[in-house]
Design a protein around this ligand. Structure first.
Ligand code: ADP
Length: 261
């Protein structure tokens, strides 16, 4: 008689284990599917510029290009090679973030100073588009991996300039609040439709593929932001209205900084 409760408990536990195994299997399959899709996407994204480079080089090799057209053809080859360099660079960054194989350590760093150096480096790109690029806020320390934090700020500002309108504005700000530090990058650009707002963080997802490519995008910028924020346990908030603009906020916790010092 004492055996029956025991048997029913074992049966209950068995069914819990079976359920957990099913869940693990589903998770494993989803991961595998993502990996397969990523490999297929990478192959496609690499093949396109390589095919162009090979095509232009072949025409030049055959002596079919007039000497005055050589700079233009070399320019095409150069642009496609630059695209490949950005793409391979972004793929490496993403895979390092994915495998937690980071070459950088977390240190105490000033988020405002990090923004100031990104703003200075992207100023020429903003000027070229007549975009006003303004940094405001206050000095605020976070505990972070310098290279990744720079990458997050750079990718957000780069998008805010790229997807802006001519003579638009980009506002970067750092705000200290109780237990958190917020980075905000806001633009007066083309905006992102509601239905695409979660998808833009997926690898290679672009709202307008040809527009992104023309602007030198790899489709990986926001995925790097997403993984970089997760690495810092930071929250991402995206607010966007088509034709009005986009704001992306990254909220870093300062408790984590204290905890890890
Ligand atoms: P990309 O290299 O194409 O810019 P991202 O991963 O950085 O790739 O962004 C994905 C897509 O999200 C972009 O192609 C663009 O369509 C959209 N997007 C990102 N940032 C903005 C922004 N600030 N304003 C409007 N659209 C944006």
């Amino acid at each position: 008689p004492e055996l029956s409760p025991l048997i029913s408990r074992i049966a209950q536990q068995n069914s819990i284990i079976a359920k957990q195994m099913d869940e693990l299997k589903i998770e494993h399959e989803a991961r595998e599917k993502m990996r397969r899709e990523f490999t297929a996407n990478v192959s496609h994204e690499l093949k396109t510029p390589l095919t162009s480079i090979s095509g232009f080089a072949e025409i030049m090799k055959g002596g079919l290009v007039k000497s005055e057209d050589i700079p233009r053809f070399s320019g095409y080859i150069y642009d496609e090679a630059q695209r490949l360099i950005s793409l391979v660079g972004d793929i490496i960054k993403l895979s390092q973030l994915d495998d937690n194989e980071l070459p950088v350590k977390k240190v105490r760093l000033d988020l405002y100073d990090a923004c100031a150096s990104v703003v200075a480096s992207l100023k020429p790109a903003a000027d070229a588009k007549g975009v006003r690029f303004v940094l405001s806020g206050e000095h605020a320390e976070i505990f972070g991996a310098e290279q990744i934090v720079d990458e997050i700020i750079h990718n957000l500002c780069d998008n805010a300039i790229k997807y802006n309108k001519d003579n638009g504005s980009v506002f970067v700000s750092v705000t200290k609040r109780e237990g958190e530090v917020e980075l905000s990058v806001s633009d007066t650009g083309i905006g992102i439709p509601k239905s695409e707002q979660t998808r833009v963080f997926e690898r290679f997802y672009r709202v307008n593929k040809s527009n992104s490519k023309q602007l030198g995008g790899t489709g990986l910028g926001l995925s790097i932001v997403k993984h970089g924020a997760a690495y810092h346990n930071a929250k991402i908030i995206l607010e966007s209205v088509p034709d009005v603009g986009t704001t992306v906020k990254i909220v870093f916790k300062t408790e984590t900084a204290k905890g890890q010092q």
